[in-house]
Design a protein around this ligand. Structure first.
Ligand SMILES: NC(=O)c1ccc[n+]([C@@H]2O[C@H](COP(=O)([O-])OP(=O)(O)OC[C@H]3O[C@@H](n4cnc5c(N)ncnc54)[C@H](OP(=O)(O)O)[C@@H]3O)[C@@H](O)[C@H]2O)c1
Length: 268
């Protein structure tokens, strides 16, 4: 399996690490097209893979071409690659907001995989949602699934519309969780705790609560009720959250991200 990356940034490196660790491809079968010399040197030294300053050199002869550039430059990159991409190659895009129809038209190429990962992928704890155009063969889908599994969990969806919702929920999601974590740590400091102590308490509380929801299989509302004794402090805090419209704010915020991603996709 020969894999090339167009753009050798943070996400590309997370994928490269996963692919190498899982033995999906040998270092000599991975090539990266990347304009930044320091970045090329880093990738070549750290992972012993091939690097190229010209994208056409990187994608020549590969089975899977991963588009891992920023959304702002996808148009010129597609223009550059259009005459180079071969019919037998599968193109996998991780570019946020780039729709399958945009990629098919921009590359004049039918076999497209659209992937939406999130930042915890960098430590193998990611959540990735993906879909494909009709032309992608089952063997290519299976390779893509193996690659995405190295980033954490993956879910395939048939309906591309779900990718915008997934972008608002799981791709933007870490930002919401980080905000909540930061606010909880501030609350600890406000009560007089040292910041490092508050940080340790909050991180273990958030990861422990996540594991409890997963392991118990119970509804989060049920687990919340179990912590809230009648007339106690937890229910007092919950009243305050409800008074501030916490649930509505979360729904509003995620839905506004969803609308924004739909708008961005439509403006291509
Ligand atoms: N990070 C995330 O959590 C996340 C989550 C979901 C989706 N994504 C998507 O993943 C994609 C990559 O994100 P990232 O965080 O890995 O970004 P990144 O670290 O900025 O990586 C992009 C890389 O592409 C390089 N590049 C610029 N112009 C190029 C060109 N013409 N040809 C080839 N490479 C070029 C950049 O080099 P220079 O630095 O020199 O410009 C940079 O090294 C984005 O489209 C993003 O939407 C990211």
């Amino acid at each position: 399996m020969k894999i090339s990356f167009i753009g050798g940034g943070v996400m590309a490196e997370a994928l490269i690490k996963g692919i190498l660790e899982a033995g999906i491809a040998a270092p000599s079968s991975i090539k990266v097209g990347e304009p930044d010399k320091d970045r090329r040197n880093h990738l070549a030294e750290e992972h012993c893979i091939e690097v190229a300053s010209v994208n056409a050199d990187a994608m020549n002869g590969s089975d899977l071409v991963v588009l891992s550039v920023k959304p702002q430059i996808i148009q010129p990159v597609m223009k550059e690659l259009q005459s180079q991409v071969q019919l037998e190659q599968t193109v996998m895009s991780i570019v946020a907001g780039a729709k399958i129809s945009t990629l098919i038209d921009g590359l004049s190429h039918p076999s497209i995989v659209r992937v939406m990962p999130n930042t915890p992928a960098q430590i193998g704890a990611g959540m990735t949602v993906w879909t494909t155009s009709n032309d992608v063969q089952d063997t290519a889908k299976s390779v893509v699934r193996d690659i995405l599994t190295t980033l954490g969990k993956e879910i395939y969806v048939n309906d591309e519309k779900l990718l915008d919702a997934a972008t608002a929920l799981s791709a933007s999601g870490p930002a919401y969780v980080f905000l909540f974590i930061e606010a909880l740590i501030d609350a600890g400091v406000y009560m007089g705790m040292q910041r490092d102590v508050a940080r340790e308490l909050v991180l273990q509380t958030v990861s422990g609560s996540t594991r409890l929801v997963e392991d118990s299989g119970l509804h989060p509302g049920h687990l919340k009720d179990m912590v809230s004794s009648p007339g106690g402090g937890t229910v007092e805090a919950l009243k305050s959250f409800e008074k501030s419209g916490f649930r509505g704010a979360v729904l509003e915020a995620v839905n506004s991200a969803y609308k924004k991603y739909q708008e961005l996709g439509d403006s291509d």
